[in-house]
Design a protein around this ligand. Structure first.
Ligand code: SF4
Length: 278
């Protein structure tokens, strides 16, 4: 494992392509969303089909109950919202070289808005950093119609349904892992993975192992800013999760978080043109 400070800065090229986003058009129905979905169906059918399968998933009884009950009960400040209340698929650029993996949708964030890291403080923190690092066209993420667009970045989670107390069980993580595995297969350009928090970090290692990527020995351990390099120069960067618990206590500052994405950017630029997740 290398620390972020050890990473050398070099120049490189970025990939820009059609973006996945607002794919839940059949459920929300704006004209803009329907246009995006038609384009996805045409240009990234595998990823679009995966997103639809994720949205329809009901494999984890505890999480299905929780996400649907939360969507019915709501919280006072969002009582006028129609909550999403379903699994939340990934979001971003199908040609992304950067994959950001979070833990799970927030009960009143992604589970409300239907887009990952959208509508909560963690998302604000994340998209500010992505915007500064050049991966997002704006620093805010409010709802699926807010115009957010990612370039060279795709965001997903270890578990796609909001879990009680933000704690998925090991079984729930196991059940949801095939979706992350499939994303890694379909997102063929991925070279850098940023794992947000220890659970996401472990989920990434387990998924890479399932994908046949040899893990270093000893197995990489989680630590903010730690970097593990795998076969084909695939890189996994560990970060504290941008939860309010971490950001409000100063455990994770904006500068610390920014450094993670600056490192990701430098690795991407250093390895442009090389092969991928295997
Ligand atoms: S957590 Fe994953 S596997 Fe479980 S119900 Fe949600 S989408 Fe399906």
């Amino acid at each position: 494992m290398r620390n972020v400070a050890e990473v050398q800065e070099v120049e490189g090229a970025s990939v820009t392509a059609m973006k996945i986003g607002m794919r839940q058009s059949s459920l929300s129905g704006s004209v803009a969303e329907q246009r995006v979905q038609r384009r996805l169906t045409r240009e990234a059918p595998g990823l679009e089909a995966l997103c639809q399968r994720i949205i329809a998933c009901r494999q984890c009884p505890r999480l299905v109950r929780h996400r649907e009950r939360t969507a019915q009960e709501k919280v006072r400040r969002y009582r006028d919202w129609t909550y999403w209340g379903r699994p939340v698929p990934g979001f971003g650029d199908p040609a992304a070289r950067l994959l950001v993996v979070g833990l799970a949708p927030a009960a009143h964030g992604g589970n409300r808005t239907g887009r990952i890291f959208t509508g909560d403080r963690s998302g604000d923190f994340l998209y500010r950093a992505l915007h500064r690092a050049g991966f997002a066209n704006q620093p805010t993420s409010i709802d699926r119609d807010d115009g957010l667009d990612l370039t060279d970045c795709y965001i997903t989670a270890a578990v796609r349904c909001a879990p009680p107390d933000n704690k998925p069980t090991p079984h729930e993580l196991d059940r949801c892992r095939p979706f992350l595995l499939e994303e890694l297969t379909l997102l063929r350009q991925i070279r850098v993975i940023v794992a947000l928090g220890q659970i996401a970090f472990r989920a990434c290692l387990d998924t890479l192992k399932a994908r046949g990527v040899p893990l270093p020995s000893p197995r990489p351990r989680f630590g903010h800013g730690q970097v593990a390099v795998f076969a084909n120069d695939l890189v996994l960067v560990a970060s504290y999760h941008p939860s309010q618990q971490n950001t409000q206590t100063g455990r994770l500052t904006e500068a610390m978080f920014q450094q993670v994405f600056d490192v990701a950017r430098r690795y991407l630029d250093a390895n442009s043109g090389q092969s991928t997740t295997g």
